[in-house]
Design a protein. Structure first.
Length: 176
């Protein structure tokens, strides 16, 4: 990779992270948390415009992937269904982990919904934050970032379950 290519890649990544940081700051201005990380007062983030949430995440993921020179991914309804099922199940279990209450793995859940491609990986989170803040946190960790940025990924599934107290359980699946 030449110097110009590295400079362009650095510029693109900086632009994407500035966009994510700006979006995050708007949300943070409306959200407060206690010292224990729990949501307090009227600052509990409630997912609105649910039909747009998956597309906001898709656009954000594709902006990051494009900046790194990776191909865009598209939403897949089967992967979305697997993600939704797991998000609700994590809430029932009251713990963020990759195994379902029935012992299922991410591979099992993807096969169960009839997805025929290969699973690249699964990212999960338990937060009171919105999808952009969650994506930002995933991008700060090497393992979860590698799932999002894997060049083999062509499809994405993304969903969540929000409890009445505001806690959100997020699941993102990337697959070939």
């Amino acid at each position: 990779m030449g110097r110009c290519d590295r400079t362009l890649l650095g510029f693109r990544m900086t632009r994407v992270f500035l966009l994510l940081a700006t979006l995050t700051s708007f949300v943070l201005a409306a959200c407060t948390t206690g010292n224990d990380g729990s949501a307090t007062g009227t600052g509990v983030y409630k997912i609105r415009n649910e039909e747009r949430t998956q597309f906001r995440m898709l656009d954000s993921v594709n902006a990051l992937r494009e900046a790194a020179g990776n191909p865009a991914v598209q939403l897949d309804s089967k992967l979305n269904a697997a993600a939704a099922t797991h998000s609700r199940d994590m809430s029932v279990q009251n713990r963020p982990w990759h195994f379902g209450s029935d012992g299922s793995s991410p591979l099992d859940r993807v096969a169960r919904v009839g997805y025929s491609g290969a699973l690249v990986g699964e990212n999960i989170a338990e937060t009171y934050e919105n999808e952009v803040q969650t994506l930002t946190a995933w991008m700060e960790e090497k393992g979860t970032r590698s799932v999002i940025m894997d060049a083999k990924a062509r499809n994405m599934g993304f969903s969540w379950f929000q409890e009445s107290n505001g806690k959100i359980w997020w699941t993102l699946l990337m697959a070939e």
